[in-house]
Structures are given as structure tokens and as C-alpha cells.
Design a protein around this ligand. Structure first.
Ligand SMILES: N[C@@H](CCC(=O)N[C@@H](CS)C(=O)NCC(=O)O)C(=O)O
Length: 223
């Protein structure tokens, strides 16, 4: 499989984690969002949405949208399940994943930030306030879903990682990068720490990728 991804892309991070959890070997092909390579003709031909990631299967099938890719990997690949066995559990896990991947993340993508600054002429302080606002709001919303819920375990749902943890990990990294403190969301912090203790999450980390800029790179062992 070939994963078209960018080191800082949180949607790519999700897919890397899932591939690692499933033990699937993949080749990573870097598409530099900062240099707008995702808007080049070659990548647009692969994924007309011009968003990362895209996963190209060995038979040439192109999969896009991280949540759809996570579903595919869970259905098609052996290894630990990424969703609970029961329908209610699956609904809870999918809801947690959707909160982050469908509600919070789109507000912070480069295309949205570019529209804010280039079209609406939002200044730097307002751009940063925008990112922090949506990141913080989602931390609180996820905490409310996790804290005290009977199904919350070592991870977001039970004692094994699911797609909820896969999405949560990226959101926490993003929130911390915005300077947010997780003291007010201790369950999110605890679940994040449990996830980042797993090698599948550590080696998928944005700062441990082949295309991570050298100055930002860190040893994969340190979450
Ligand atoms: N909902 C999509 C999000 C895809 C997406 O927006 N990816 C970002 C990187 S995390 C991207 O490619 N952004 C390009 C842009 O905003 O121009 C998914 O989960 O795959």
C-alpha cells in the first residue's frame, strides 16, 4: 500500500496509526502541503479533493477520507479491531471520532486558515484565537463524553484502542501545539497518555515521519 501523506497532517496521522495497529506495511509518499503540492495536477488526479491522506491499495484502488480509510482497514485487514463488537459501542466510538474528525478538524485545516487570512484578511492574533477556540471547545466536549461514562476505560472506549483514540490523539497534539493546557480535561489527558504509550501511535507521530523537517524531528520513543 502507498500512503500519500504529510508529516503534520492529522488526518494522515490517523491512518498511519491504524496501519500500525493492524501491522500493515506501507510506503509513505510525502505531499508537502506548505509547498501546495497537494494542489498539483499529479496529486489532484489521484484525489480530486486535493486533501491528504490518500491510501492506494496494491490493486490501484484509491481510498480517501481518513474515517473511511479507518473503516476499510478495520474491515479488510486482520489484527486488533478498531471498533467495539456491539452496535451501541460502535455508535459511541464513531460519534467520538466524528466530533473530532468531522466537527473540529475541518475548522483548522490550511485551506480554512488561508481563507481566513487571504480572503477575510483576519490578522495573526485572530487566526490563532480561531484555532485555539475550536481546539479548546472540542477538548471540553470530548471530556464531557468520556468523564464518568461507564464505557470509558483505559482508552476512550474500553481497554483497547479504537478509532476514537486514533482521532483523539491528533486533536490533543494539535491543541497542545496551540498552547492549550489539558488540566481541565483530565480524562482526555489520561486517554491520550495511554494511547501514546503504544508503539503504533508513537511511530505515527507527526514529529517522527520521514518528511518531518529535521529541526522538528524527535526520537520516536518519546511521545
Ligand atoms: N476529512 C478529511 C480531511 C482531509 C484534510 O483536510 N486534510 C488536510 C490535512 S490534515 C489537508 O489535506 N488540507 C489541505 C488544505 O487544507 O488545503 C479526512 O479526514 O481525511
Amino acid at each position: 500500500m502507498k500512503l500519500y501523506s504529510f508529516w503534520r497532517s492529522l488526518a494522515s496521522f490517523r491512518v498511519r496509526i491504524a496501519l500500525n495497529l493492524k501491522g500493515v506495511a506501507y510506503e509513505q509518499i510525502a505531499v508537502d502541503i506548505d509547498r501546495r503540492q497537494h494542489r498539483d495536477g499529479a496529486y489532484a488526479a489521484l484525489n480530486p479533493q486535493m486533501a491528504l491522506p490518500s491510501l492506494v491499495l496494491d490493486d490501484g484502488t484509491v481510498l480517501t477520507q481518513s474515517l473511511a480509510i479507518l473503516d476499510y482497514l478495520d474491515e479488510a485487514c486482520p489484527g486488533p479491531a478498531l471498533l467495539p463488537e456491539d452496535a451501541k459501542g460502535r455508535a459511541r466510538v464513531r460519534a467520538l471520532a466524528a466530533m473530532i474528525a468531522c466537527d473540529a478538524h475541518p475548522l483548522t485545516t490550511p485551506r480554512v486558515q488561508r481563507y481566513l487570512t487571504e480572503v477575510l484578511h483576519v490578522d495573526e492574533a485572530a487566526r490563532v484565537a480561531w484555532l485555539r477556540h475550536w481546539a479548546a471547545e472540542m477538548l471540553v466536549a470530548v471530556e464531557a463524553q468520556l468523564a464518568g461514562h461507564a464505557a470509558t476505560g483505559r482508552f476512550a472506549h474500553g481497554d483497547a484502542p479504537t478509532i476514537a483514540d486514533v482521532c483523539l490523539a491528533g486533536h490533543v497534539i494539535f491543541a497542545r501545539n496551540q498552547g492549550l493546557d489539558l488540566a481541565e480535561t483530565p480524562t482526555v489527558q489520561r486517554v491520550f497518555d495511554a494511547a501514546m504509550a503504544l508503539p503504533a501511535f508513537v511511530s505515527a507521530h507527526p514529529l517522527a515521519q520521514p518528511d518531518t523537517p529535521e529541526a522538528m524531528r524527535r526520537k520516536p520513543a518519546a511521545p
